[in-house]
Write a protein that binds this ligand. Structure first.
Ligand SMILES: [Zn+2]
Length: 49
């Protein structure tokens, strides 16, 4: 769950959401190259706050 790859991915997602607060999980997944499932989980966990 918290291996280096996952940490790097969640950091990319977090930074992208900071810059683009109103994009959909699909757009985040495309822009950050992280799977949509992972992005959805991160968003649900409130990583954007
Ligand atoms: Zn991992």
């Amino acid at each position: 769950m918290t291996c280096p790859v996952c940490l790097a991915e969640s950091e990319r997602v977090r930074l992208f959401i900071l810059k683009h607060p109103h994009v959909t999980p699909e757009q985040i997944a495309e822009a950050t190259n992280v799977s949509k499932v992972k992005v959805s989980n991160m968003v649900k966990l409130g990583i954007s706050k």
